[in-house]
Ligand binder design. Structure first.
Ligand code: A3P
Length: 255
């Protein structure tokens, strides 16, 4: 057993993309060891140093992959350089989801914590135009954030998980992720079932248990209904950003 290795792979984003689901699914793999909580090392706690970070990592056997997920890394300007200083060949995973649904999901999370928050519409628009600096909007400017990572890492080191497909075809998305990580395809359709009540795929047998398990109530929240006119403004706003992102990664996510 080796103690205190640094991670070989990171789920760096995006917030509300389905990062918890992905990490839970990856933990089914016998060659993956992952930190359960979000360490926030490369954004908030960088001053604590690599030894602190290393101490958070689970024990792992030779050959096992050590992972953590902190979705804020993707949008943190300093994160790519700091990650690169730790390891030049770390594998990076980003779960991406339609930035509009992502923004609404982000807002639903804010509203669940602060019920008195103003309406989505009043926050997303300023004098009729989209407030690109409002965090739920800003996080969805994927091309902008990716640009920072490409200053240090090549595209071949970054794998993009299609957030919508992680819901509609978890086993299919997991096959690509396992290939990217150089893992055998052990997590397959046999691990999942679709739970009608939850409205999401759930695990037949999560790590360390034999009972079926869905993610908790903070995953799969009810979204507020947004007027079609506002959705159209958001679609027009994100279109060029999405196109640029598709060009950069050579994939069309169909948003
Ligand atoms: P919603 O709550 O808006 O539906 P994150 O873990 O990055 O915060 O992402 C949360 C999102 O993960 C949820 O957003 C949900 O849509 C998505 N998700 C993907 N697969 C899921 C699953 N199997 N169970 C629950 N949520 C899942």
């Amino acid at each position: 057993m080796t103690v205190g290795r640094l991670p070989n792979a990171l789920i760096i984003g995006v917030k509300k993309g389905g990062t918890r689901a992905l990490l839970e699914f990856l933990r089914l793999h016998p060659d993956v060891r992952a930190v359960g909580s979000e360490p926030h090392f490369f954004d908030r706690h960088y001053k604590r140093g690599l030894n602190w970070y290393r101490s958070l990592m689970p024990k792992a056997l030779e050959g096992q992959i050590i992972m953590e997920k902190t979705p804020r890394y993707f949008v943190t300007r300093e994160a790519p350089g700091r990650v690169y200083a730790m390891s030049q060949d770390v594998k990076l995973i980003v779960v991406v989801r339609d930035p509009i649904t992502r923004a609404i999901s982000d807002y639903a999370q804010i509203a669940s914590k602060t019920p008195s928050v103003a309406s989505f519409e009043s926050l997303v628009l300023r004098n009729g135009t989209v407030d690109s600096l409002w965090s739920p909007v800003y996080i969805g400017l994927y091309a902008h954030h990716l640009q920072n990572w490409l200053e240090h890492f090549s595209l071949s080191q970054i794998h993009f998980v299609h957030g919508e497909r992680l819901v509609s075809d978890p086993a299919g998305e997991m096959a690509w992720v396992q290939d990217f990580l150089g893992l055998q395809r052990i997590v397959t359709h046999e691990h999942f079932y679709f739970n009608q009540t939850k409205g999401f795929p759930c695990l037949k047998k999560p790590e360390g248990s034999s009972k079926p398990h869905c993610l908790g109530n903070t995953k799969g929240r009810l979204h507020p209904k947004i007027r079609p006119q506002v959705l159209q403004i958001l679609r027009d706003f994100y279109r060029p950003h999405n196109k640029r992102f598709y060009r950069m990664v050579g994939l069309n996510f169909g948003w």
